[in-house]
Design a protein around this ligand. Structure first.
Ligand SMILES: [Zn+2]
Ligand SMILES: [Zn+2]
Length: 141
C-alpha cells in the first residue's frame, strides 16, 4: 500500500486511480490551479475526465487531505501540505506562491489577541510582495 492509499483509507475514501493521480500531482507540484491539475493528471491518465478531477479535488478538500487556497484576485490553488496551517507569500506581479512557516512556531497564529468569542481553528496569512524573478526583471529594464 502506498502512502497515498493509506491517506485515502485514513479518511474513509475509496482508493481510486484518479484520487491517487491527483494526490501524486499535488505532492510534486504544490500550489497548482485546477487547470494545471487537470493537465498534469491527464498527461499520465488520458481517460480521466475534467469533471472527475473537479470531483476528486472537492472530495479530497472536504476530507482534509488537500488544502484549497485562494489569494485575493487569484484563482484557487491546491496543495497536499495540510495540517500545519502554514502561510503563503504571493507575488503581486506573476502570482507565484511559496510556503512560509508560521512566524510563531507550534500553534500557528491561532491565538488571536481577541477572538470575539469565536472558536478559531484556522488562521490564513498571505504575505504579498514581488518574487525574485520579477524583481530581477524590473531592475534590468
Ligand atoms: Zn513574480
Ligand atoms: Zn502551501
Amino acid at each position: 500500500m502506498t502512502g497515498f492509499e493509506a491517506q485515502l483509507r485514513a479518511v474513509s475514501l475509496r482508493v481510486t486511480k484518479p484520487r491517487l493521480a491527483v494526490l501524486a500531482v499535488l505532492g510534486e507540484h504544490p500550489h497548482v490551479d485546477t487547470e494545471t491539475v487537470i493537465a498534469l493528471v491527464r498527461a499520465e491518465h488520458p481517460a480521466v475526465s475534467h469533471q472527475t478531477v473537479y470531483d476528486v479535488l472537492r472530495a479530497l478538500t472536504e476530507a482534509g487531505l488537500v488544502r484549497r487556497i485562494q489569494p485575493a484576485g487569484a484563482v484557487a490553488r491546491y496543495e497536499s501540505r495540510v495540517g500545519d496551517n502554514h502561510h503563503h507569500v504571493v507575488c503581486r506581479s506573476c502570482g507565484a506562491i511559496a510556503d512560509v512557516d508560521c512566524a510563531v512556531g507550534e500553534a500557528p497564529c491561532l491565538t488571536a489577541s481577541d477572538d470575539h468569542g469565536f472558536v478559531v481553528d484556522e488562521a490564513e496569512v498571505v504575505y504579498w510582495g514581488v518574487c525574485p524573478g520579477c524583481a530581477t526583471e524590473h531592475s534590468s529594464q
